[in-house]
Design a protein around this ligand. Structure first.
Ligand SMILES: Cc1cc2nc3c(=O)[nH]c(=O)nc-3n(C[C@H](O)[C@H](O)[C@H](O)COP(=O)(O)O)c2cc1C
Length: 379
């Protein structure tokens, strides 16, 4: 009997505690009112690589006061694309087009980072200026892949390995894109160093076969990513720079023989630049869409990195709360759940049921369907 009362009291106390995901957090100079972050989600609705007015509604639906949103992967140059209708941030027109979208998020009190991206060899002649070869660290071609919704088949052209002297030009494209993002009103940028795209191609030893000082040792393979971090930090300030990394993933045939060492090296090296956050994808995300049991953990990286630690991949409300309560992460990122539930923080707060996401509409070009038509709670 006595123990039953004790348990009841404990569970009452637990209920009275604020939910860890809904507790405030100071990320550098940004005062976040909760820990639920919108994942960068490519939506393939930016015709001609220009963000469209319908994105105003999409992002503002998901904005909340003091909530962090990360915009979909956004190309840094005319060689950066590898998918249909993805936005860019290298022209004046693109910068102007982002402004009302960023304004709408700010009007609702949101904090908005732009994910800046180069696909590298995850591309084909059709996406490249003058039908040229995609650029990479290597000339090894990627075999056909299925995209994150497991529906569309993607074909790639043989890439051209950048010569050493060209690498600073690509670093400079990231610098300019970061400047443009700030000019468009974004609060900061997230450098896309994950998922088998250009930075990850350099970092991972299954892809990088270079013999110059950007290949070979771990230090050499990470040089390109860190040069980008350094250039972007110098341009816009460390307090506005984050990076996303997925050392354990092998999407787009970019795997590493020692992902722990890679993740740890990057976490430690990033400390030197004082960037505001490091955003790691959980090792359980073996493919973009599915989680699996794994013996690996982000904890060594979490311990090594001195700034805000963000983690993503397969989070539910329960394990997001657990990760924050245990100190395994500072902020938890939600991708597909936030896509399908524009009012996700409120649903968590009210313990309300969630809408289900529909994979089939992840990447269609419709400005409404699968984009801004997921219902809000009616109460
Ligand atoms: C439709 C879709 C688009 C995505 N686009 C991006 C992207 O642009 N940049 C990126 O880093 N990850 C992207 N991802 C991966 C997500 O950010 C996230 O890491 C992944 O969905 C796992 O989180 P979740 O289980 O909460 O959905 C995408 C995933 C999906 C489903």
């Amino acid at each position: 009997m006595g123990s039953t009362v004790g348990e009841e009291q404990l569970s009452e106390q637990m209920e009275q505690q604020p939910m860890p995901l809904l507790t405030p957090y100071k990320m550098g100079k940004f005062l976040l009112s909760h820990r639920i972050v919108l994942a960068p989600l490519t939506r393939q609705r930016s015709f001609g690589n220009v963000p469209q007015p319908h994105a105003i509604l999409y992002y503002s639906q998901r904005a909340s006061k003091g909530g962090l949103l990360i915009a979909e992967a956004t190309g840094v140059s005319d060689t950066a694309q590898g998918y249909p209708h993805t936005p860019g941030i290298w022209t004046k027109e693109q910068v102007e087009a982002w402004k009302p979208i960023v304004d709408a998020v700010h009007e609702k009190g949101g904090v908005f980072f732009c994910q800046i991206w180069h696909v590298g060899r995850v591309s084909n002649y059709g996406y490249q200026p003058n039908g040229q070869a995609p650029i990479s660290c290597t000339s090894k071609q990627l075999s056909p892949q299925v995209d994150a919704n497991q529906i569309n088949k993607l074909e790639f052209s043989p890439p051209r390995a950048l010569v050493t002297e060209e690498i600073p030009l690509v670093v400079n494209d990231f610098r300019l894109a970061a400047r443009n993002a700030i000019d468009a009103g974004f609060d900061g940028v997230e450098i896309h160093g994950a998922h088998g795209y250009l930075l990850d191609q350099f970092m991972k030893d299954s892809v990088n076969d270079r013999t110059d000082h950007y290949g070979g040792s771990l230090e050499n393979r990470c040089r390109f990513a860190l040069e980008i971090v350094e250039a972007v930090v110098k341009e816009i300030g460390a307090d506005k720079v984050g990076i996303r990394l997925s050392p354990f993933a092998s999407y787009c045939e970019a795997g590493d023989s020692n992902p722990e060492a890679l993740g740890l090296y990057m976490a430690e090296a990033l400390n030197k630049y004082n960037i505001v956050y490091a955003h790691f994808v959980e090792p359980r995300m073996v493919t973009v869409g599915e989680k699996a049991e794994t013996p690996h953990s982000l904890l060594p990286m979490r311990k090594a990195f001195k700034g805000t630690f963000i983690s993503a991949g397969g989070y539910t409300k329960e394990d997001g709360n657990k990760a924050i309560a245990e100190g395994a992460t500072d902020l938890a990122v939600f991708g597909r759940l936030f896509l399908a539930n524009p009012d996700l923080p409120r649903r968590f707060e009210l313990n309300a049921p969630l809408n289900k996401y529909n994979r089939e509409t992840f990447y269609i070009p419709d400005p409404v369907v699968g984009y801004t038509d997921y219902p809000f709670l009616s109460y």
